[in-house]
Write a protein that binds this ligand. Structure first.
Ligand code: SF4
Length: 411
């Protein structure tokens, strides 16, 4: 049984002049001993958590802890928040910088505290601190490590860089978690960025609405409204996380016209089935949050116990189609290891036969002929032809040429 969520009313959210989100942060669980007071751990489990904590940080605000089932090791909140000794097991294909934020060969990081991977967007890391430390973090090499906090000089250099690149139209604050900054530091930074004439929109990536939703105060939402167009992208992975409290605080943003998107991560044993993702999609839509991306787990180190295969991911997404509204289904996204960019992983619904007749697969798995405008042909009424996948990929010879080139480039 999940513990009942503790809902805190507005007038109780500032106690003794300390905003509730800051109290949550100060009182977050950071040690195994503190954790053991709330969650049943055997001595062996405590030892394993402590071992993982030697390498990776733990931080669980009381609110997020209240969503956890203290008795059940398979609780999805527990699996996302409590360090696991398997995080120390690193596979040869896992990477310290899995999505190439700082790939020198691609010049993705021309300056510290930023990534410029796509021509029109720049990612800035104003803080390495987060509201909790997710077990599946793809930036675990720097999340929570104060030594990665950018200096004022570095931030000035980043802003100068953005101003000097007129092709950049969007700045994304990521992290760490940018909502760990105080209101004044955050709004000062947004104002500086907004004053650059070629910046057309702003984006904030944050997991705070999930782990410490009190951060979204009405005052913060009022302040963010001044910087529109501004998008907030949250990180809910499981329906249990979309509580009434989270909905109420997300509502502060949506009520002020700030669009909220969600990008989750496909995680083994947490949300790797259609039922959980369907319920997550519905709960997000009820909270007026658009499910935007479902990330295939990056090849960050120590995450093999949470990784789902691409084929299974595609199958799950395929099962969602036709069983829930299209706008509640996220795109399944692979961030190509080492910084080559994001691509959607898509199930293909079109097929063709040897007479080039197109067939489309229905959500129920039936194939029906589709008359394409330009290539419709009269079909002789003979036996059913063999249906094959549509040839939209490079022909064999073309692919072989490309692969041959890759081999010789690497020689
Ligand atoms: S909030 Fe984001 S950066 Fe921070 S630990 Fe979680 S995934 Fe990593």
């Amino acid at each position: 049984m999940l513990m009942e969520e503790q809902t805190i009313e507005k007038d109780e959210e500032v106690k003794n002049d300390v905003p509730e989100w800051i109290r949550q942060d100060r009182e977050a669980i950071r040690t195994v001993d503190a954790l053991a007071k709330h969650v049943r751990l055997t001595p062996e489990e405590s030892r394993r958590v402590a071992k993982a904590c030697e390498r990776f940080q733990m931080k669980i605000p009381p609110y997020y802890l209240s969503l956890m089932d203290p008795e059940n090791p398979s609780c999805p909140i527990r699996k996302q928040a409590i360090p696991d000794v398997r995080e120390l097991r690193i596979l040869p294909s896992e990477l310290d910088d899995p999505i190439g934020d700082a790939n020198k060969d691609l010049n993705n990081q021309p300056l510290a505290a930023m990534t410029h991977r796509y021509p029109d967007r720049v990612l800035i890391y104003p803080t390495p601190l987060c509201g909790n430390y997710c077990r599946h973090c793809f930036r675990r090499r720097l999340a929570g490590r104060r030594e990665y906090a950018p200096t004022d000089k570095q931030m000035e250099a980043v802003l100068k860089y953005v101003a000097a690149h007129p092709e950049v139209h969007e700045v994304i604050l990521s992290g760490g978690d940018p909502l760990m900054l105080s209101d004044s530091r955050l709004t000062d930074l947004l104002a500086r960025i907004k004053s650059i004439p070629h910046i057309r929109t702003l984006r904030i990536h944050s997991r705070m609405p999930v782990v410490n939703p009190f951060r979204i105060t009405e005052e913060l939402a009022d302040a963010l409204r001044r910087f529109q167009p501004l998008w907030v992208v949250t990180h809910f992975n499981h329906p249990v996380e979309v509580t009434e409290t989270a909905k109420k605080h997300l509502g502060h943003l949506v009520d002020r016209g700030i669009p909220v998107l969600n990008q989750g991560v496909l995680l083994k044993g947490i949300n790797d089935n259609p039922e959980t993702l369907r319920e997550l999609g519905w709960k997000l839509i009820e909270a007026r949050v658009k499910p935007y991306y479902l990330h295939h787990l990056d090849r960050a180190q120590g995450l093999s116990h949470l990784r789902v295969g691409v084929r299974k991911g595609l199958k799950i997404l395929r099962e969602l189609r036709g069983t829930m509204p299209g706008y509640a289904i996220p795109s399944y996204i692979l961030d190509i290891p080492e910084g080559y960019g994001k691509v959607p992983l898509q199930y293909h619904y079109l097929s063709t036969d040897d007479r080039q007749q197109l067939y489309v697969e229905t959500p129920d798995g039936e194939y029906v002929p589709y008359a394409d405008l330009s290539d419709e042909k009269v079909q002789p009424p003979d036996a059913a032809p063999e249906i094959e996948p549509l040839k939209i990929y490079p022909q064999d010879t073309e692919l072989r040429e490309k692969l041959g080139k890759m081999v010789s480039d690497n020689d």
